[in-house]
Design a protein around this ligand. Structure first.
Ligand SMILES: [Zn+2]
Ligand SMILES: [Zn+2]
Length: 297
């Protein structure tokens, strides 16, 4: 295991595994708080950022998600994102979100919202199902983040009312509640200080995984921690020589204001650097979905 930095040569000690103290294997953060915190962090990070306008648009989307909480939810016993894409109430949430967003977004974004408003429910559901099933090339880059955001609000709320899965299933590469990939892993402060949780990109739940092992394949023997400037950076890419994958580790111990989705999105240059080193990302960001190009028609 080693630390590599881009722009500095210092090394630091690698993270130690947390002790065997009591911990909760699954966390379900309160959605209203999470959306507010994410929107605020996106705005803070947009200051002087190359992607400032996009980060602020994403903040608006998070606030629109918060606005339509508690709508269109029907009780379920388990969370199946593809089934929810086909039959769930999220298209109504999308309409609500679009109504909230339209007066706030830059003029350049309005045509994409109009495309979504005009889109038939069948087309919306086809896109949502493709996203839920990981068929990203079947979705349009300009409209996918909005459809994903509305689907995510419904899936996230359902993930908070179902019984939790049996204990012991927490250390999986994908979310034990909905099966989706993680956006990144978070080293917590406060109540779960020093513990690492992976955060689901769709249902916004977190599941525990010990530190210093690959979140993708579980190997602990060949990990590099890539970061800019200093090995003590709050955002590092945990890159695995065994599977060739990487995912960012974002530390609230090092930056108490860090928020996974926002900080990951604002640090896409680190993804470029990790890819140049030959690693492939094992998860994705809801605002940087690995979708196809924007259609021109
Ligand atoms: Zn999930
Ligand atoms: Zn691996």
């Amino acid at each position: 295991m080693s630390e590599a930095t881009f722009g500095a040569s210092a090394r630091s000690s690698v993270p130690s595994e947390e002790s065997t103290r009591h911990f909760e294997p699954l966390l379900r953060p309160v959605l209203a708080d999470l959306y507010a915190r994410r929107a605020g962090r996106l705005r803070d990070l947009s200051d002087q950022h190359d992607l400032a306008e996009y980060l602020r648009l994403c903040a608006h989307i998070c606030e629109a998600q918060a606005h339509c909480l508690d709508e269109a939810i029907t009780a379920v016993t388990h969370v199946d994102p593809a089934a929810i894409a086909r039959t769930g109430g999220w298209p109504k949430l999308l309409d609500h979100m679009l109504g909230h967003l339209r007066p706030q977004v830059p003029d350049a974004v309005k045509p994409h919202l109009d495309t979504l408003i005009a889109m038939s429910e069948a087309d919306r559901r086809d896109t949502a199902q493709a996203l839920a099933e990981g068929r990203f090339s079947d979705a349009d880059a300009a409209t996918a983040p909005f459809i994903w955001a509305a689907l995510s609000v419904e899936v996230s709320q359902l993930a908070r009312i179902i019984p939790l899965p049996e204990k012991g299933e927490e250390e999986t590469a994908n979310c034990p509640i909905c099966g989706t990939a993680p956006v990144a892993s978070l080293i917590h402060n406060a109540d779960h200080e020093g513990m690492r949780y992976l955060h689901c990109v769709l249902c916004e739940c977190e599941w525990h995984m010990v530190r210093a092992k690959c979140s993708n394949c579980g190997d602990a023997g060949d990990l590099d921690y890539l970061s800019f400037d200093t090995p003590e950076a709050s955002i590092r890419a945990e890159a695995c020589g065994a599977c060739g994958g990487y995912l960012k580790v974002i530390s609230q111990e090092r930056d108490a204001d860090a928020e996974l989705v926002a900080d990951d999105l604002a640090s896409l240059l680190l993804d470029d650097a990790a890819r140049l080193e030959g690693f492939g990302r094992s998860g994705f960001n809801p605002f940087a979905l690995p979708v196809g190009p924007t259609s021109q028609n």
